[in-house]
Design a protein around this ligand. Structure first.
Ligand SMILES: Nc1ncnc2c1ncn2[C@@H]1O[C@H](COP(=O)(O)OP(=O)(O)OP(=O)(O)O)[C@@H](O)[C@H]1O
Ligand SMILES: [Mg+2]
Length: 384
């Protein structure tokens, strides 16, 4: 078995524990065997290329991104136990009352963190993929009620542990805090160093290794899972595997959560990098296929509804324009329609009524005043 790291004695709340300090990437002696990943890697890359291609089939990619990014934000937070739903998220954006505000805040914080990383990486003068950028993202992620007291934006200064009630009975004790900066510097070097010997590792395999190493270092007091998964999305774009964040890998990770955690542990305890890489590549292929199918289903729904709108005798320019806005505004009030269309209240009301009569949107409150509407079939497809 290959050696995966060393142990260092660390003290926390008076207790002395053995903390794990991983070796720098990539795995060596032996190096990852190409036959363990070549085929799965090809399958995953192909699935990503197909997903990028399907996105090119729809006239506007904005609504796709709008929903894909929100789905990832939601699912990655659900792994953490957040209870928010996609409908909650749309409600919050429409300004409707939501009950679980803390959960929704957690999801919108992820969106903010993701956008920060994406915009910095796309800006030639922005920060590169670095510890500093991840700390900035962490600050946004843990902003607000729940993150308070968890040192948002800062590397941890104390010993943490995973599973168990105290470090002594933990499943895993990550490296002592004083080792974290150097371990992250190694990780940064691995990301930016393109030379890994004669046979460079494919970018998806590197992405798998980076996520694992990040979770093993566990550099923050909380939010390590979410920042580590954000890092996956960032690397996919950075390495040109998926030009836009259309995939929501967290769906797969959530579905296989115990295997996900077990595979992370098995690398440390058994040196089974191959098992983790295979699990990851399989996940990318499945998540990309799911996203592709979902895009086709949504594009079909939009085409069907558009056709029935165009055939409706009462439909006019305002209802057409309203319909085209729905994918990015699936929950709305009449007043929001009035503002978006820059029109009068009666015109907005009439446009909404056309869509309601066609069964495209439904009214949610059952009241006469302050009515709110939903493009329910669309939200249901997104939530699949
Ligand atoms: N045995 C393990 N070894 C290494 N990393 C692990 C192990 N088990 C879980 N993890 C990682 O730790 C994450 C949880 O850490 P933390 O609570 O800091 O992150 P989070 O974003 O708040 O939580 P979550 O993943 O639950 O959303 C998991 O998502 C997973 O990525
Ligand atoms: Mg947590």
């Amino acid at each position: 078995m290959r050696s995966t790291g060393t142990y260092a004695t660390s003290t926390t709340s008076g207790e002395s524990v053995q903390a794990f300090v991983p070796h720098a990437l990539p795995p060596v002696r032996p190096a990852l065997a190409p036959e363990s990943f070549v085929e799965a890697n090809r399958g995953a890359e192909l699935a990503l290329a197909r997903l990028s291609g399907v996105a090119g089939l729809v006239p506007s990619v904005d609504w796709l991104l709008y929903s894909a990014i929100r789905k990832e934000a939601l699912l990655t937070s659900q792994i953490e136990g957040t209870q928010a739903t996609l409908a909650d998220l749309f409600d919050e954006e429409a300004g409707f009352a939501v009950s679980n505000t803390d959960d929704v805040e957690e999801v919108t914080n992820y969106l903010r963190a993701f956008r920060l990383v994406q915009s910095q990486l796309r800006d030639p003068a922005g920060l590169p993929l670095s510890v500093r950028l991840l700390c900035d993202a962490h600050r946004l992620l843990l902003d607000g009620a729940r993150g308070n007291g968890k040192q948002p934006g800062e590397l941890r200064r104390s010993q943490n542990w995973i599973g168990g009630t105290r470090p002594g009975n933990a499943v895993f004790v990550p490296p002592p805090p004083e080792r974290v900066p150097a371990l992250l510097a190694d990780l940064e070097r691995f990301i930016h160093n393109t030379d890994h010997g004669l046979q460079p590792l494919p970018p998806l395999v590197k992405t798998a290794l980076v996520h694992l190493q990040f979770e093993t270092i566990h550099p923050f007091l909380d939010g390590n899972g979410r920042i580590g998964r954000l890092l996956i999305a960032a690397l996919l774009e950075h390495w040109g595997l998926l030009p836009e964040p259309l995939m929501y890998l967290s769906g797969y990770l959530k579905q296989h959560q115990s295997e996900y955690y077990r595979r992370l542990s098995n690398v440390r305890t058994e040196g089974d990098w191959e098992g983790w890489v295979a699990f990851f590549l399989e996940g990318v292929a499945m998540a990309a296929h799911d996203a592709e199918r979902n895009i086709v289903a949504i594009a079909t729904l939009l085409a069907t509804d558009r056709r029935s709108l165009l055939a409706a005798p009462k439909a006019g320019p305002s209802s057409y324009r309203l319909f085209e806005m729905l994918p990015m505004m699936p929950r709305f009030t009449i007043d929001q329609v009035r503002q978006k269309l820059a029109t009068s209240f009666p015109t907005a009301t009439a446009a909404v009524k056309v869509l309601e009569d066609l069964g495209i949107v439904t009214e949610l409150t059952g009241q006469k005043k302050n009515r709110s509407y939903s493009y329910t079939a669309y939200i249901a497809l997104l939530a699949e």
